[in-house]
Design a protein around this ligand. Structure first.
Ligand code: ADP
Ligand code: MG
Ligand code: MG
Length: 247
């Protein structure tokens, strides 16, 4: 599904990713852990095509396509979903409006007919229920006044509606209390734990991995994957720290 080969990227002319390689197959959940400033978010943004993140080498194939040749909106329409570490607020636009426009914009790029109002509402209600999110909440402006947990749950509702092939979730666990963590974890599992989908979890902590069990855990340091293991690697990192494990 995703094959990253020797990817190098700069942010503000500063080299951050330095020949990173990673392969993710359909049906797999991968976790990337690493110290602050290692370049984890940079990897997500670079794959998403965020302006300011410049690829200086390497290649990325997504579902058989050259991902790096696609515009950001084309990447999303091709089935790539990015959950951000810091969700944006959009005053004046309700979440349901935003979700419907996002879903239909992607369908348009794929040459599919837009969802009718009724179809969209049914889908939104199903996904909101899955994340225990009140529909009234989704009628409010995007993320404005939402708590950390509500923002993340709303983002998972968005993921459920867009129904991506690959979700890259950057610190979805940050700022979540125990209940929100469990609800988001269950949401990720029920939306994405499917044979034709894959997940890349970017996280500092092992706790989200109690709910969403990874098949592979990688350590990102110095702009590359320096170690790969199974779920036990996350536990070992938490106990011993990055320096001891990945030095
Ligand atoms: P992580 O997510 O692993 O904590 P990031 O990918 O956010 O790390 O950051 C990697 C490095 O890139 C850090 O040294 C950070 O300071 C730097 N960086 C990120 N964004 C910018 C930017 N806009 N301008 C300059 N440096 C940046
Ligand atoms: Mg960070
Ligand atoms: Mg980060």
């Amino acid at each position: 599904m995703l094959k990253i080969e020797k990817l190098s990227a700069t942010v503000a002319d500063k080299p951050i990713l330095k020949g990173l390689s990673l392969t993710i197959n359909a049906g797999e959940v991968h976790a990337i852990m690493g110290p602050n400033g290692a370049g984890k978010s940079t990897l997500g943004y670079t794959l998403g095509g965020r302006p300011g993140y410049e690829v200086t080498g390497g290649s990325v194939a997504f579902d058989g396509q050259d991902l790096l040749a696609l515009e950001p909106h084309e990447r999303a329409a091709a089935g790539l979903f990015l959950g951000f570490q810091y969700p944006v607020e959009i005053p004046g636009v309700s979440f349901v409006q935003f979700l419907r426009e996002a879903a239909n914009a992607q369908r348009k790029v794929r040459g599919e007919a837009p969802l009718s109002g009724g179809e969209f509402l049914k889908l939104a209600k199903e996904q909101a229920a899955l994340l225990r999110m009140d529909m009234d909440m989704l009628k409010r402006p995007v993320n404005v006044g939402f708590s950390g947990g509500e923002k993340k749950r709303a983002e998972m509702v968005q993921m459920g509606i867009l129904n991506p092939k690959l979700a890259i979730l950057d610190e979805t666990d940050s700022g979540l209390d125990i209940d929100a963590l469990r609800i988001c974890g269950e949401g990720i599992n029920s939306i994405m734990r499917k044979p034709d989908k894959a997940v890349l979890l970017i996280t500092h902590y092992q706790r989200l991995l109690d709910y969403v069990q990874p098949d592979f855990v990688h350590v990102l340091a110095g702009g590359r994957i320096v170690k790969t293991g199974g779920p036990e690697l996350a536990l070992q990192l938490e106990e011993q720290g990055y320096e001891a494990v990945a030095a």
